[in-house]
Write a protein that binds this ligand. Structure first.
Ligand SMILES: Nc1ncnc2c1ncn2[C@@H]1O[C@H](COP(=O)(O)OP(=O)(O)OP(=O)(O)O)[C@@H](O)[C@H]1O
Ligand SMILES: [Mg+2]
Length: 357
């Protein structure tokens, strides 16, 4: 068993409060993805789990063991960094074996583990090369190999794929997931890449400014963001946000009047609509569509199968994602008639930012 529990973790660097009352349970064998804006404390959180930083207060458990005061080497955790940090003068074999040699593992055992890791990663033919003779993707595999041979209970990944080109990143993403299934170790993975977060995580943890804003399965984070921060952070292009009032259960702004049947007092709210939940009139069943609105198209950005269409609803700038097949009806500078998907609307209290439902 190697689940991870972070209990009431606080971390200060001098006066700077970087991690704030962090409480997090990471299930044994799960793949948890940590996302959040630059500087929110993701790397620090990984380093705290690894023991490379000490907590200011709080406790960290790996399995049944309280590891809060343990040295990194006694935690059975392996960390893979964004810059692979391979030793340039050593061959791939030695780079992978290095950590084991320092631990006085027998030569035969080292050889067995290095070969197994190389086979898992498909780099058996590269063991005699030096790092500079490898591509970025191959170097990253070596860095992962170095982590695998230690047979850790926990893998920590800090943006491991961010130095790779887009195509290789997608390939490595699939390989990492397969590897994770084979090894069965608990993984915590930091990324800036929304697609990586959505596709790889059993659980996504969204952090802002040292505080967890929401954690849950990718679908829940995407379809039920608990507050305005998560709603705006997850999804690309970002969710459209319309400021208005909730009056007698209807959303009202200067250009929208939308009966929503939501109870409670009248108040200031923000209506969130994801770009892909905006459709041309007639594309949704009547039961699902809001009353149509006429909007001014600004530009059409064709991506291939879909296009991003920035438009104006009155003074408000918004974006829709429209299927390429319907683009005949969408001309730059013209108007179009749109509807929102009623089943995919998000409503937030404007004061607190908290989701209303
Ligand atoms: N050793 C340190 N001393 C002082 N401040 C630090 C130290 N390490 C990190 N910080 C600060 O702590 C905050 C969190 O840093 P951290 O590296 O955890 O962010 P991050 O979420 O990983 O960001 P990024 O996405 O840019 O990698 C930042 O404000 C950073 O400047
Ligand atoms: Mg970081």
């Amino acid at each position: 068993m190697a689940d991870i529990r972070l209990e009431h973790i606080e971390k200060y660097f001098g006066n700077v409060h970087v991690v704030k009352n962090l409480n997090l349970h990471i299930a044994d064998g799960s793949f948890t993805v940590l996302v959040g804006p630059s500087g929110c404390g993701k790397t620090t959180t990984l380093r705290l789990i690894a023991g490379l930083e000490s907590v200011t207060s709080g406790r960290i458990f790996i399995g049944e063991q309280d590891v809060t005061a343990l040295e990194p080497k006694d935690r059975n955790v392996a960390m893979v960094f964004q810059n692979y940090a391979l030793y340039p003068h050593m061959h791939v074999y030695e780079n992978i074996a290095f950590g084991l040699m320092a631990r006085k593992v027998s030569r035969e055992e080292i050889d067995r583990r290095v070969k197994r890791a190389a086979a898992l990663l498909g780099i058996e033919d590269l063991l005699d090369r030096k790092p500079k003779q490898l591509s970025g993707g191959q170097q990253q595999r070596v860095a992962i190999g170095r982590a695998i041979v230690r047979n850790p209970n926990v893998f920590l990944f800090d943006e491991p794929l961010s130095n790779l080109d887009a195509k290789l990143r997608v390939e490595m993403r699939t390989e990492l997931l397969k590897l994770h299934r084979e090894l069965g170790a608990t993984a915590v993975y930091v990324t800036h890449d929304q697609e990586e977060a959505m596709t790889m995580g059993d659980q996504i943890v969204v952090m802002e400014n040292g505080v967890i804003q929401q954690m849950g399965p990718p679908r829940e984070i995407y379809f039920h963001p608990q507050n305005l921060f998560v709603a705006g952070f997850i999804g690309s292009p970002a969710m459209n946000m319309l400021s208005g009032r909730l009056e007698q259960g209807a959303f009202i702004s200067s250009h929208v009047h939308l009966p929503l049947d939501i109870g409670g007092p009248n108040r200031s709210v923000v209506l969130g609509v994801r770009p892909e939940d905006i459709h041309l009139e007639g594309a949704l069943t009547a039961a699902r569509a809001t009353p149509p609105m006429t909007v001014q198209i600004e530009v059409v950005e064709l991506l291939g199968a879909r296009a991003i269409v920035p438009f104006r609803l009155g003074a408000q700038s918004m974006k829709a994602v429209i299927d390429e097949r319907f683009l005949e009806q969408v001309q730059e500078g013209a108007t179009m008639r749109i509807v929102f998907d009623r089943e995919r609307l998000h409503l937030f209290d404007a004061e607190t930012g908290v989701r209303i439902e």
